[in-house]
Design a binder for this molecule. Structure first.
Ligand code: IDP
Ligand code: MG
Length: 135
């Protein structure tokens, strides 16, 4: 079993898609190890998105991710990091495969409903940032 870090972003939370997304988590064989509804501070957003700090839309990302409550989760499954990325679909919902979370619940490349760590290194970092007590 592997852990990954997942987040239901403010767009999907405000549209009341959380339950549908959590249902997909469970139906696709992930175990929900931890789950919290939280609000990110600017500082938290800067830490989460540190790897994107030189992108032209960095401030837009920070404003969006701090715009409302989000749901953070630790998900466990065999090969969880890749499996969750596969279930998310492409970053741009209009390019995401049918049946993926972003294709079903995302509305733009920024407002794309959910997040998942993209590598073991980033998963370790994101899990430590949001769930520091997790062993
Ligand atoms: P990922 O979430 O699929 O890993 P990344 O390239 O790591 O995609 O980008 C992180 C997040 O930044 C995306 O999920 C999306 O919310 C936002 N983002 C990516 N590209 C754009 C863009 O061109 N405009 C606005 N926001 C973007
Ligand atoms: Mg990424």
């Amino acid at each position: 079993m592997q852990n990954t870090f997942a987040m239901i972003k403010p767009d999907a939370v405000s549209k009341k898609y959380s339950g549908k997304i959590i249902d997909m988590v469970e139906q696709n064989g992930f175990d929900i190890v931890r789950m919290h509804k939280v609000r990110l501070t600017k500082e938290g957003a800067h830490q989460l998105y540190a790897i994107h700090k030189d992108r032209p839309f960095f401030n837009e990302m920070v404003d969006f991710i701090t715009s409302g409550p989000l749901i953070i989760m630790v998900l466990a499954k065999d090969n969880a990091i890749q499996a969750w990325r596969d279930l998310l679909g492409a970053t741009d919902p209009s390019k995401a495969a049918p049946g993926t979370i972003r294709s079903m619940f995302g509305s733009s490349i920024g407002n794309n409903a959910a997040h998942g760590s993209d590598s073991p290194e980033n998963a370790a970092q994101e899990l430590k940032l949001f769930f520091p007590d997790l062993k």
